[in-house]
Design a protein around this ligand. Structure first.
Ligand SMILES: NC(=O)c1ccc[n+]([C@@H]2O[C@H](COP(=O)([O-])OP(=O)(O)OC[C@H]3O[C@@H](n4cnc5c(N)ncnc54)[C@H](O)[C@@H]3O)[C@@H](O)[C@H]2O)c1
Length: 259
């Protein structure tokens, strides 16, 4: 438990799995009151159980980040319970469909952009009135794809959504600075989570660009959700008090190699 986090309230989206779950568990360990949000009720149950086992205070919020009415109610339920929101980790996201441009359907494009980009906007938008009261920290999960890595052919919608998240983070970092709300984007490389199991890859054989990479380079090995959670903790802590409007890559340098 750290005194700087006393009474603080956080909301973490996509907390049912992977990076969101690891961050929720780590923040809860610091004594931060945790609202964990996901659209998968089943996955959320496990996160809630684990936070309780750690002795943490937790609120389970089942909501789809891409739906304005649901997100407005979700944020309201957090404020109703604890009367404040200090930390927002806008992390929920999908890979969606990876496919050549001619094959990618407009509704598939929309779904990726709606969850990853609009979902980020909605999460932060409805939390802003509470963040402004005492200042706070917003962390947004973008990706190496769309920010430093443009070689994952077929992931055009995903990469566009992630680039958009970084632009959004920088815009609102400045807009909210006078209320002492810091906003940063994190850009993970490959991280071992369940996200790939939910990805639909279609007809990408012809658009793959062969790149020869060395076999045994540490920077190309996937990281863990816990690695990313440590960065989130840093960005919501006082140690990062002078950092806002930044994107931070967390990939052991792998995206420099992949490009
Ligand atoms: N795993 C990686 O290699 C990697 C790399 C870069 C960026 N990311 C980003 O990290 C974030 C988390 O991904 P992860 O790897 O932990 O994936 P994950 O699939 O393990 O977890 C994502 C969680 O978000 C939830 N979610 C998805 N859509 C939602 C919606 N509309 N409303 C509410 N909840 C929703 C899912 O139910 C799931 O619990 C995503 O934004 C992803 O783009 C992941």
């Amino acid at each position: 438990m750290t005194a700087q986090f006393d009474d603080k309230v956080a909301i973490v989206t996509g907390a049912g799995s992977g990076i969101g779950k690891a961050a929720a568990l780590l923040l809860a360990k610091q004594g931060i009151k945790m609202a964990v949000l996901d659209y998968s009720e089943d996955e959320l149950k496990q996160t809630v159980e684990e936070i309780k086992q750690q002795g943490g205070e937790v609120l389970s919020v089942v909501s789809d980040v891409s739906k304005p009415d649901q997100m407005q109610k979700a944020i309201q339920s957090v404020a109703d319970k604890w009367g404040r929101i200090d930390i927002v980790f806008a992390n929920a996201g999908i890979n969606g469909v990876v496919a050549p441009l001619e094959d990618l359907e407009p509704d598939e494009w929309d779904r990726i952009l709606e969850i990853n980009l609009k979902g980020t906007f909605l999460t932060v938008k409805y939390a802003v009135p509470y963040l402004k009261k005492r200042g706070g920290s917003v962390v947004i999960t973008a990706s190496v794809n769309g920010t430093r890595n443009f070689s994952k052919t077929g992931a055009s919608a995903y990469s566009s959504s992630k680039a958009g998240q970084v632009a959004f983070a920088k815009m609102i970092a400045l807009e909210l600075a006078q209320w002492k709300v810091r906003v940063n984007a994190i850009c993970p490389g490959a991280i071992k989570t369940n996200i790939e199991t939910k990805t639909e890859e279609r007809n990408t054989e012809d658009i793959k660009i062969p790149v020869e990479l060395p076999d045994d380079v540490a920077a190309l090995k996937p990281g863990t959700a816990e690695d990313v959670a440590e960065l989130v903790l840093f960005l919501v802590s006082d140690s990062s008090r002078h950092i806002s409007g930044s994107e931070i890559w967390i990939d052991a340098g792998g995206s420099l190699l992949l490009g």
